[in-house]
Design a protein around this ligand. Structure first.
Ligand code: GLY
Ligand code: MN
Ligand code: MN
Length: 469
């Protein structure tokens, strides 16, 4: 029987209560569940992975619950590589690709089954089904995922007993990781390949990216409609407004929303979001809705809180806009991945030289990277299940690689003048501008998935005038 909870008001369970709890329940097995629409895509992704590691067992866990305090838990977010290969989001799961003699693999999935109602498991304990909500049975999981499923509670013993050469994704499930004797370098190669397999999105993923971006566009419009309420309160109102849309239409936000008014816009990762929202200043909103399938958008707009840019704000905005135009023009199949970054940075370096903030000539400033004092970050990244997607891919496949149709990336140049930067005129200090869009590489160029939001200064002002609330 489960251990009594410390400080719980009930000290124990009588035999009579235990017997009472085990009886009188209907059979709730679901026989109506069908194969998930993502399953054939997940099977193709597994086939691509299998081809890379003949003769080796691959273990890709989903991860475990993490306690925030006592029985209060952080929201569970499965490891993206597991989601990609299964379409599943269950905790305590693991995909296993078991090598066959012909060089291929048989796939199966470890899952945490339902708590049987013939033991106390289902109603006693922090993680019991009666407290946490119903899980799928193994048979249900098999139907939904299209994969044979096994009880994960035997996984540690099964895997520890085997001598098949194995690779595991590290840092996701400590117990499973400890059960397999693997080599760190070889495990890192597995994670690299998993990242690289996600560089080109399949048709189903592109559909999900469209949903994420479309919901994000609605979330930005919500934020503009409620700007006056943010002025009356704080950046928190913007954060809550966007989050409401994210929860309503998707799973959550795909990363901590950056709701940065005034000089907070110069802080790249401002997620504290507790500052004032003042007319006359800018609001930099960087946010993305994550779909139910866990694909995320990543969009930034920089908005004049009063509805109109000041001349200096517009000057900065226009330079970033032009840099983004230059960057986006370089996004096409066959182009070097770096091209869009270099085009945008060159443009910003030239402007900064023109304004006298860095020493020219512009090409020399760019070669020395002097613009980075004000541009700070790289101009974009791959996007998908993770906001910074495919982060473990090898350089030659990603930053030193070539764009291919089906890749989705952000183009997000920015200029950030710190409030204490004595090298720029006072009027420029505390201005931060970023414009970020999500681009799908197509057969002959790109499609801006977030084109539903205005980008130029004039379009932004007109849009704000239409939606201002
Ligand atoms: N929101 C994080 C980024 O733009 O990369
Ligand atoms: Mn962003
Ligand atoms: Mn980004």
């Amino acid at each position: 029987m489960a251990k009594a909870r410390k400080n719980g008001l009930y000290g124990g369970v009588s035999a009579e209560l235990s017997a009472l709890m085990r009886t009188g329940w209907a059979d709730t097995e679901r026989h109506d569940l069908a194969l998930d629409e993502q399953a054939p895509y997940a099977a193709a992704r597994r086939a691509a992975l299998s081809a890379r590691f003949p003769g080796e067992r691959l273990v890709v866990p989903s991860g475990n619950l993490k306690a925030r305090s006592n029985d209060d838990l952080y929201p569970f977010r499965p490891y993206s590589g597991y989601v990609h290969l299964t379409g599943d989001q269950a905790r305590d799961g693991a995909l296993v690709l078991e090598p066959r003699a012909d060089g291929g693999h048989d796939a199966y999935c470890y899952q945490l089954p339902r708590d049987g109602r013939d033991t106390d498991e289902f109603w006693i304990g922090y993680h019991a089904e009666l407290w946490m909500g119903r899980r799928r049975s193994l048979a249900e999981s098999e139907r939904v995922l299209g994969l044979p499923c096994r009880d994960v509670r035997t996984a540690v013993l099964d895997l520890a007993a085997s001598t098949v050469p194995t690779r595991v994704v590290r840092g996701v499930d400590p117990a499973l990781e400890a059960a397999v004797r693997t080599d760190e370098e070889r495990d890192d190669e597995l994670e690299e390949v998993l990242s690289e397999l996600r560089l080109v999105k399949d048709a189903w993923e592109i559909g999900e990216m469209r949903k994420a971006v479309d919901s994000t566009v609605r979330g930005f419009t919500d934020a503009v409609s409620e700007l006056s309420r943010a002025v009356a309160t704080s950046e928190r109102w913007i954060e809550g407004t966007f989050f409401r849309r994210a929860r309503l239409e998707g799973n959550s936000v795909g990363y901590g929303s950056i709701c940065a008014a005034g000089d907070h816009a110069t802080i790249m990762h401002w997620t504290t979001n507790d500052g004032p929202v003042r007319p006359g200043e800018l609001l930099l909103l960087d946010a993305g809705v994550e779909t139910h399938s866990l694909y995320t958008a990543d969009v930034t707009r920089t908005l004049p809180i009063s509805g109109t840019f000041t001349p200096v704000q517009r000057q900065v905005y226009d330079a970033v806009y032009e840099a983004q135009e230059a960057g986006m023009a370089a996004v096409k199949p066959g182009a070097a991945y770096r091209d869009f970054h270099e085009a945008a940075q060159r443009h910003l370096a030239a402007r900064l030289v023109e304004w006298g903030f860095i020493e020219g000539p512009a090409e020399r400033a760019y070669e020395l990277g002097l613009q980075r004092r004000f541009t700070m970050a790289g101009t974009g990244h791959m996007l998908g299940l993770d906001v910074h997607d495919c982060a473990h891919a090898r350089n030659e496949e990603y930053v030193d690689g070539v764009l291919e149709p089906g890749m989705v990336l952000t183009v997000e140049p920015g200029l950030y003048f710190q409030p204490d930067d004595l090298t720029v005129p006072e009027e420029w200090r505390g201005i931060g501008v970023r414009i970020e869009d999500d681009l799908l590489v197509t057969g002959d160029g790109h499609e801006n998935l977030s084109a539903g939001l205005p980008r130029s200064a004039d379009e932004v002002e007109a849009w704000m005038a239409r939606h201002a609330g």
